[in-house]
Design a protein around this ligand. Structure first.
Ligand SMILES: [Zn+2]
Ligand SMILES: [Zn+2]
Length: 264
């Protein structure tokens, strides 16, 4: 099984289980490498209830390093899931620069002040033309890539989370975003959490993954675990999807550099 690079800690206030419990589960699931990527600190005006504070960043790093010491038989990476939100780039850049992360995932969780992936805000999709929403989302993905701040695009088509899809063709939006991702040398996070959402699909779709393969965009795998039981969740399906798209390798990151490893 490939490495699980998308896992959280209780410091984000919406995950349970200490890193050691995730590590134990990873060993049970037969993983040889994992990486923690908890939600980044942000300016206090941005979604403060769902993340660690900037003052807690050292505690986060220590938790992951403590876990690494406790499990020498497991490769444990120190990552971060950062938000791309126009206007906060300098804050986030400074946060990323404080710690020698192995990788940084860049994700979009907000369109303006709408937390579109929050189940409590999902009703705002209802009765709307979904195409401009997708257009806005993929425009932000392009902006994310252009910052060159991130290594991996988190849950690439999370805009489909609640099952809303435009009635007209929107592939061009995806392709433009992928061109930007390719230009930035980033990888895609093949994220199995979408299987548990109304979309009932891995992020990203096979269509996106095939187009990514054609652009030589790399891949990593993530469960987006917010509890230990989810570590490595449905990775057999994720690997099968990657293979179907033509992938033979994934990426592993150390100190924000990657190497390619064969899909097991
Ligand atoms: Zn989360
Ligand atoms: Zn996320």
């Amino acid at each position: 099984m490939p490495a699980d690079y998308h896992m959280h800690t209780p410091l984000c206030n919406h995950a349970v289980g200490e890193p050691e419990e995730y590590a134990r589960r990873a060993l049970e699931a037969g993983l040889g490498e994992i990486g923690f990527s908890d939600h980044t600190p942000m300016p206090t005006t941005y979604d403060p209830d769902w993340r660690m504070t900037i003052a807690q960043l050292p505690e986060y790093v220590e938790k992951v390093l403590r876990c690494r010491r406790a499990f020498p038989e497991l490769s444990i990476k120190l990552g971060l899931e950062s938000d791309f939100h126009p206007g906060t780039e300098e804050f986030v850049r400074e946060v990323i620069g404080r710690v020698p992360f192995d990788y940084v995932i860049g994700s979009i969780h907000y369109l303006g002040d709408w937390g579109f992936d929050n189940p409590e805000k999902a009703h705002l999709f209802e009765g709307r033309d979904v195409y401009p929403i997708y257009e806005q989302y993929y425009g932000l993905v392009e902006g994310l890539a252009r910052t060159r701040m991130f290594d991996i695009l988190g849950h690439p088509d999370v805009i489909k989370k609640f099952g809303h899809r435009p009635s007209r063709d929107y592939e061009a939006l995806e392709l433009r975003a992928l061109d930007a991702v390719a230009g930035a040398g980033m990888a895609l996070d093949i994220n199995t959490s979408g299987l548990r959402r109304p979309a009932k699909e891995i992020y990203p779709s096979l269509r996106i993954l095939k187009a990514a393969r054609a652009r030589d965009i790399g891949i990593t795998f993530g469960s987006d675990a917010h509890e230990p039981a989810r570590v490595g969740d449905a990775f057999d399906r994720a690997v099968a999807l990657a293979r179907e798209a033509g992938y033979t390798h994934s990426r592993r990151y150390v100190a924000r550099r990657f190497e390619r490893v064969p899909l097991a």
